[in-house]
Design a protein around this ligand. Structure first.
Ligand code: SF4
Length: 402
């Protein structure tokens, strides 16, 4: 089978038939739960872009999106400090307009402040330890380029890789993907062995550049687990990311007996306590560099390096890619046919073509469409419920970050 390279914005094939445009996240949504795919990408909402999304932004997703934004600025030539600040500011603006879905017992304002700092910290930390290695090993070819690849005459896939690089040593090219992740555990690492995104992005990149690539490199940016925070009597009063980028330990100065000291590891030593690094000025320690920039620069190199996991280049054989393409084309044709019956899909059609997969309702986290599925009246007036907004088509932003 050969694949045709399509132009952005094309919506009809050469013979005038309608072309179905899909994305990795839309296919993944269907695979997770067909009904979720319907709510998220297909349900009419009165605009030209069907589908719904939660009014309140999902905490891990939006932190991932703005960390990507900071890295994109950095790769595009912006200084690390400026890229980190701009991304953090953009995060705050977006969250202020939509609200953030936070854990019960958490203060939304405090979580927003922490996550905005986390976006800044990850960009600064990546710039400190990974960017120099990158520049030594690779030449940057392009950043965040939107692409569309025709999988069949009637099905096109929209793709956007974070970056494409050329290895200086041998000229081989690679697709690079940044993924923010709570913990880069065995499960996370193994999942890349079968990930569809690796195949589809590789397919698009190879076609556009007219050569075989060395594979896809995954750069994991570790955010740490969200851990419960307790007060003096043991009540949970909120949750915080467990990362040395944001939380350190210090003992206050007691002049003239002891100076102020900082540490990054937990300690039971007398007088030491945990503190928020982004709120500390560090002006006594360093009059020229303040706040997070000082802390990220002060941390031992290996501590900062341990916040990043690089998955070595992953390659896919042609047969597996072609098999995946056949599966995507079949799924998309089936959805298109189901939605385009005379008189609309209706309730019975929804049950026949978009069955509910209840195994995905609460795992790995609560499904954003839980209320649409199971709360009486919500699906009759999605926007009126106050929970949902018409979807904005930003499929390629930080796809796959958690
Ligand atoms: S709530 Fe459950 S059944 Fe409904 S869309 Fe989500 S995963 Fe599917």
């Amino acid at each position: 089978m050969s694949f045709v390279h399509a132009q952005l914005g094309s919506s009809h094939s050469l013979d005038g038939a309608q072309v179905i445009t899909t994305s990795r996240s839309a296919v993944a949504s269907y695979q997770q739960c067909p009904r979720k795919r319907y709510w998220q990408y297909e349900a009419p909402n009165g605009t030209a872009t069907p589908g719904w999304e939660r009014r309140r932004l999902a905490l891990p997703l939006v932190t991932g999106i703005y960390t990507h934004h900071g890295l994109e600025l950095l790769l595009g030539g912006t200084s690390p400090t400026e890229a980190a600040r701009s991304a953090s500011l953009a995060y705050r603006e977006e969250v202020a307009s939509r609200g953030l879905a936070v854990e019960v017992d958490s203060s939304e304002a405090e979580v927003v402040e922490e996550q905005a700092a986390h976006v800044e910290a990850l960009v600064l930390a990546w710039a400190r330890v990974r960017w120099p290695q990158w520049q030594e090993q690779y030449e940057l070819v392009e950043v965040e380029k939107e692409d569309r690849v025709a999988l069949a005459d009637d099905v096109t896939l929209a793709v956007r890789a974070d970056a494409i690089v050329r290895r200086k040593a041998d000229g081989r090219m690679f697709v690079v993907n940044f993924k923010t992740v709570g913990t880069a555990d065995e499960r996370w690492l193994r999942a890349w062995e079968t990930d569809m995104q690796l195949m589809t992005e590789l397919l698009a990149a190879e076609q556009r550049h007219g050569q075989e690539f060395g594979g896809v490199i995954i750069e994991g940016l570790v955010k740490g687990r969200r851990m419960p925070q307790k007060n003096d009597v043991g009540d949970v009063i909120g949750y915080a990311d467990s990362t040395p980028l944001l939380y350190g330990y210090k003992v206050d100065a007691n002049p003239p007996l002891t100076p102020q000291e900082y540490g990054w590891e937990y300690t039971r030593r007398k007088g030491w306590h945990k503190f928020k690094t982004w709120r500390e000025s560090f002006s006594a320690a360093n009059p020229t560099m303040h706040g997070l920039a000082y802390w990220i620069n002060w941390l031992p190199q290996e501590v900062v390096e341990s916040q990043f996991v690089v998955v070595p280049p992953i390659m896919r054989d042609r047969d597996r890619i072609e098999s995946k393409v056949r599966q995507i084309v079949s799924i998309e044709r089936g959805i298109h046919a189901a939605l385009n019956v005379d008189g609309g899909i209706g309730e019975v059609g929804l049950d026949l073509h978009f069955p509910q997969n209840e195994r995905s309702c609460h795992y790995p986290s609560k499904c954003p469409f839980y209320e649409a599925c199971f709360e009486r009246g919500t699906s009759d007036d999605m926007q009126g419920s106050g929970l949902y907004l018409p979807r904005v088509d930003h499929h390629a932003l930080a796809e796959g970050s958690e």
